[in-house]
Design a protein around this ligand. Structure first.
Ligand SMILES: Cc1cc2nc3c(=O)[nH]c(=O)nc-3n(C[C@H](O)[C@H](O)[C@H](O)COP(=O)(O)OP(=O)(O)OC[C@H]3O[C@@H](n4cnc5c(N)ncnc54)[C@H](O)[C@@H]3O)c2cc1C
Length: 457
């Protein structure tokens, strides 16, 4: 057993207890639905701090919440009566141009990573919001603008440093602890604390992209056109469909602010003069009512929507993969999308094909390599008094589209806390192998605040 006083002597970063400066701010995560009170928050500055915090939780039988970017919708980055290990100070990113890799600290965000790699004209697949953590997003899979050409985020992981439950510091790659490396690419935070990730980079600097807004009446045609286009479009084209209540932005006519639209967000990472040709079908399918599409630095698109989803909202999400987006599924989307209740809430429909399909379903922990779309109904709203109505919108929408999912499972990073029971279907045939790796590296399930893969008895 160690006391918090012992812990303070072992670590260099701040150790914050209830009542101390910063406790109220740092006990909370991005999703303010979770109002939890840990006994101590360790803001690690290096791997040695992580080893000490893991040991403190383990030896005292305390829950351990590992926080990268803190964006987990189920609030896995905080806990009641346990230890929060906050990695946000470990956010340095070092780029190795000859190797075309970046080594990111376990607490780096996509904003941190893009900032560092853009200086070299390089990027890799990350999420669409820059405040999300590189670790949590990559360890769960990682879907983003560049995925069709560059693979999922986890497909770009070439190595990691991991602190395991017993306090060892391990390297994981194709050449060291290969079973752990396999599991890290999709298996989430189940196996240890990732203190650093090494990610492969691609030549992406200026992209041509942004949102195209259409009338809701055209949504079925827009979604169908997206489905047809994206099947065999050049892999430099990334795109997703979204519902969006128009925020008061200058490119949207003032009299339409507050109206619901359907939106295609596009990101063309090929030659700029070929961009309009690539997105032509999306322009031709229906009149575009507002748009903000053009050449821009990749980090600009990656942070363009951050303002719509500030820290402190309430979040409740549901998600599924589909292999085939049928017309009946589109009809269900339209019926519920039309009722999108608030400017922050949306449904995003991400396409998954191209590079992610060239990775075998047993090559990484991500099992559903035959999914072609990932739908996420992302309920996000400011006032806890509106929880019931907003959660109902998400649940009703999900109930309507779920029967149209021809795949049993969804993307682990889009799951809510009440989806914990879906882990076996989300991992499909990789689930039993993940359990074996879990048993080898974390037999007592110290790392259980995640979409948990239970060790074998
Ligand atoms: C606004 C928003 C936008 C999003 N957009 C996308 C998107 O475009 N694409 C996409 O794929 N996903 C997206 N997501 C989902 C996102 O991938 C998950 O929420 C992810 O878990 C967030 O990672 P994090 O590090 O920020 O979260 P955290 O809450 O810090 O962590 C999430 C999980 O990962 C574990 N974890 C985090 N860091 C480490 C580490 N260093 N070592 C070990 N375990 C760790 C945590 O313990 C926890 O279980 C989005 C989420 C939000 C809220």
């Amino acid at each position: 057993m160690t006391t918090v006083a012992d812990l303070r002597e072992q670590v260099r970063g701040p150790v914050i207890e209830p009542g101390q400066d910063g406790y109220e701010e740092h006990r909370r995560v991005y999703n303010f639905m979770h109002d939890r009170r840990p006994v101590v928050i360790v803001q690690a500055v290096d791997t040695a701090d992580v080893v000490a915090a893991v040991g403190h939780a383990r030896d005292n039988g305390l829950d351990l919440a590992v926080r990268g970017g803190g964006h987990s919708v189920p609030g896995f980055g905080t806990c009641d009566d346990g230890v929060v290990l906050d990695l946000s100070r470990m956010n340095n990113v070092f780029v190795d141009p000859p190797k075309r890799t970046a080594r990111a600290g376990g607490g780096a965000t996509w904003g941190d990573l893009n900032h560092a790699t853009h200086a070299y004209g390089l990027a890799t697949t990350g999420g669409i919001i820059s405040t999300t953590g590189v670790s949590g997003l990559t360890l769960g899979g990682g879907i983003g603008y560049l995925a069709r050409g560059c693979g999922l985020s986890c497909d770009n992981l070439v190595g990691a440093e991991v602190v395991t439950a017993d306090g060892r510091i391990l390297s994981a790659s194709d050449y060291a602890n290969e079973d752990l490396f396999w599991a890290l690419r999709g298996g989430g935070g189940n196996f240890g604390v990732v203190t650093a990730l090494e990610l492969g980079l691609h030549d992406v600097a200026t992209i041509y992209g942004g949102p195209l807004f259409y009338e809701v009446e055209d949504a079925a045609a827009v979604m169908a056109s997206y489905r047809d286009l994206i099947q065999d479009a050049p892999e430099q084209l990334g795109a997703f469909f979204a519902w969006q209540i128009a925020p008061p932005l200058p490119f949207i006519p003032e009299d339409r602010h507050g109206d619901l639209f359907c939106v295609m967000v596009v990101c063309w990472s090929g030659a700029v003069d070929e961009a309009e040709n690539a997105i032509r079908p999306l322009r031709d399918v229906a009149p575009v009512k507002a748009e903000h599409v053009g050449p821009m630095p990749y980090p600009a698109l990656n942070s363009a929507f951050d303002g719509l989803v500030p820290r402190g909202l309430q979040h409740y999400w549901k998600a599924d993969f589909v292999r085939e987006l049928t017309d009946d599924a589109i009809a269900a989307h339209i019926e519920h999308g039309k009722r999108t209740p608030v400017v922050n809430s949306t449904m995003h429909l991400y396409s998954i094909n191209g590079a992610p399909h060239r990775v075998g379903r047993e090559e990484t922990a991500v099992a559903h390599r035959d999914a072609t779309f990932a739908a996420v109904i992302a309920g996000m709203w400011p006032d806890p008094a509106d929880n019931e109505a907003n959660i109902s919108w998400v649940r009703d929408y999900y109930a309507a589209i779920h029967p149209h999912s021809d795949l049993n499972g969804g993307y682990v990073n889009f799951m809510s806390g009440d989806d914990a029971g879906r882990a076996p279907e989300n991992y499909g045939r990789n689930y039993e192998r993940l359990r074996r790796v879990k048993t080898a590296y974390d037999p007592h399930n110290l790392f259980h605040l995640n979409q948990n893969i239970e060790p074998m008895a």
